[in-house]
Design a protein around this ligand. Structure first.
Ligand code: NAP
Ligand code: HJL
Length: 220
């Protein structure tokens, strides 16, 4: 499986504010780039923290990109994946509508009634890990479902864990020209953080788009 991590952050490295509400950092060019990146993938993954904060849809906006997907025999939209140990995703979430298929990676800890509600809402549940989703075996289960190219769209906890597990091949970061601040605000990689053996990145390109900068890295 090829994994591309993508996020937008403020000049001070924040993904959103301490309120954990969605902050628009990208401009139209970057959102169009993100849309094309989604369209190039078999699935788009976020953590339950992002679902609860943003209620994202994670589909492809541009009709031309949707047509191109169908023309090459792919579903109109990539599948959506939520990493959600205890199946806390609200059944009414936009990510569970019938515009695209949705997988929920749950842990043994997920209560049966929550699981049943998600199945009822049309989600495909994949169990991996006990009190936290095991991303390595979760990604293997997704690969067995035919997902070869996966986009990880955050948030900070998930991004740290996919780096920690050595699962990321590419990273693209849009650096927006604003300061959000706040020690409680989510950053590009939260979790416990690295104290040594920091993941090495090779800078592949730097491009000015909108009023910010897009950096693309290969993960070594
Ligand atoms: N600017 C951007 O590009 C961007 C992108 C995405 C999100 N965001 C922002 O980021 C914030 C959400 O980020 P977040 O860090 O709070 O949430 P998150 O990373 O989306 O989700 C984290 C949650 O995932 C679950 N999880 C299960 N297994 C995990 C594992 N192995 N590793 C890590 N997490 C695991 C945990 O909840 P359980 O233990 O209950 O399962 C954890 O609390 C929101 O404010 C959103 O607006 C910004
Ligand atoms: N590229 C990017 N720039 C931003 O300024 C921003 N706030 C996000 N945030 C990512 C997060 O995952 C959002 O929840 C989804 O971008 C919403 O996705 P929809 O439009 O509902 O499909 N992503």
């Amino acid at each position: 499986m090829h994994v591309v991590a993508n996020a937008a952050m403020s000049a001070d490295g924040k993904l959103s504010s301490r309120r954990r509400e969605q902050v628009v950092i990208s401009g139209p060019e970057d959102f169009a780039r993100v849309d094309a990146l989604r369209a190039s993938c078999d699935a788009v993954l976020v953590g339950v923290g992002t679902v609860l904060a943003d209620d994202p849809h994670l589909t492809v906006e541009d009709p031309k990109l949707r047509d191109e997907r169908r023309a090459r025999g792919d579903p109109t939209h990539p599948a959506r994946v939520v990493v959600d140990t205890r199946a806390r995703t609200p059944p009414g979430s936009r990510i569970l509508d019938d515009e695209a298929s949705t997988y929920v990676l749950v842990g043994e800890a997920a209560p049966e009634d929550h699981r049943a509600a998600l199945r009822e809402a049309g989600a495909h549940l994949l169990e991996t890990g006990d009190d936290r989703v095991d991303l390595t075996s979760g990604f293997a289960a997704l690969e067995a479902e035919g997902i070869d190219r996966l986009m990880v769209e955050g948030g900070g906890e998930i991004l740290f864990s996919v780096f920690e597990a050595g699962l990321v091949d590419e990273l693209s970061v849009f650096l927006g020209s604003l300061v959000i601040g706040g020690r409680e605000a989510p950053t590009l990689a939260d979790g416990t953080g690295f104290v040594e053996e920091f993941p090495d990145l090779a800078l592949e390109s730097v491009e000015r788009i909108d009023d910010g900068v897009l950096c693309r890295y290969a993960v070594e």
